[in-house]
Ligand binder design. Structure first.
Ligand SMILES: NC(=O)c1ccc[n+]([C@@H]2O[C@H](COP(=O)([O-])OP(=O)(O)OC[C@H]3O[C@@H](n4cnc5c(N)ncnc54)[C@H](OP(=O)(O)O)[C@@H]3O)[C@@H](O)[C@H]2O)c1
Length: 267
């Protein structure tokens, strides 16, 4: 089974690092034309260069803060001006935050919902006409946090749960127009995400990965490429009858705490 994205225009948000970067590099090898969005211009340009070397038939870099209306409008406008069409929209960019309701901070809540949810609604709204024209599809990158109930990231988890439902709602609305929409939800995945959120050192992050690997049934965290591969599969024609669904890529982490609790009660 081969993946072919030649002549397809794919917009990847958060392409300057982690999962977005890995997804862009995979799509480049499949000949996609790529619109790459992020805030860090240097990283974005470096990813675009590697995409070109790997086979991308064209790359466009857009430096934009998707947490602003201007950033979303610029992204949609530049992509359509440059390529004249859009086949796949990968809404991947997001930030994390540690928060508990007892220490609730409205600034954190607003920032999380703005960058992780409002921007997705806004960018999708702006690009839906182009996706209807191409009979394209949308992949929203969510998180196990949106499905699971876990402590310490209330705003982030709520925003991801809302994103999951957004996928279902637009899948229903846009299906009759030939547009698919799906969610890929990573579990613990090696990228800059965790350290950006916690401020932990490299050593502390390695320790976090070692500790969490013990509760992941498959015994290790995901790589950004593991997630990218699922994004590519869902976005490809091989998934032509898949819409409104949520695919967890988490090494089985979703079952770990429930499994532990049940085992304890059976003792
Ligand atoms: N890593 C994990 O363990 C994990 C687990 C579950 C879900 N996820 C989800 O996976 C997705 C990708 O995360 P990652 O692990 O690849 O994180 P990452 O390494 O921190 O990368 C995040 C990307 O999003 C971009 N971004 C953040 N805020 C932005 C904004 N306001 N405007 C434009 N771009 C923005 C960043 O751009 P710049 O670097 O240029 O600022 C970067 O390219 C996110 O949706 C995250 O919630 C990750």
């Amino acid at each position: 089974m081969e993946y072919n994205f030649s002549n397809k225009v794919v917009l990847v948000t958060g392409a300057s690092a982690g999962i977005g970067e890995a997804t862009a590099l995979l799509l480049a090898k499949m000949g996609a034309r790529l619109s790459l969005v992020g805030r860090n211009e240097k990283n974005l340009k470096s990813v675009a260069e590697r995409c070109k070397k790997d086979g991308a038939s064209a790359t466009l870099t857009i430096v934009a803060d998707l947490g602003t209306d201007e950033g979303c409008e610029k992204t949609a406008k530049k992509t359509l001006e440059h390529f004249g069409r859009l086949d796949v929209l990968v809404n991947n960019a997001a930030i994390g935050a540690v928060d508990l309701i007892e220490k609730g901070d409205m600034a954190v809540f607003d920032k999380l919902f703005n960058v992780n949810l409002r921007s997705v609604y806004n960018l999708t709204r702006l690009l839906v006409p182009a996706l209807i024209a191409s009979k394209g599809n949308i992949v929203n990158v969510s998180s196990l946090a949106g499905t699971w109930v876990n402590k310490g990231a209330v705003s982030y988890s709520m925003a991801k749960a809302a994103l999951d439902h957004f996928t279902r709602l637009i899948a229903l609305e846009l299906g009759p127009k030939g547009v698919r929409a799906n969610t890929v939800s990573p579990g613990i995945t090696i990228s800059q995400f965790h350290q950006r959120m916690t401020g932990e050192s490299d050593e502390q992050y390695q320790d976090f990965l070692t500790r969490t690997s013990k509760i992941i049934p498959l015994g290790e965290p995901c790589t950004s490429e593991d997630i990218g591969k699922m994004i590519v599969h869902i976005a490809s024609d091989h998934s032509r009858m898949v819409t409104g669904t949520l695919v967890l890529v988490d090494g089985g982490l979703q079952f770990s705490s429930l499994g532990d609790v049940l085992t304890e009660t059976l003792k």
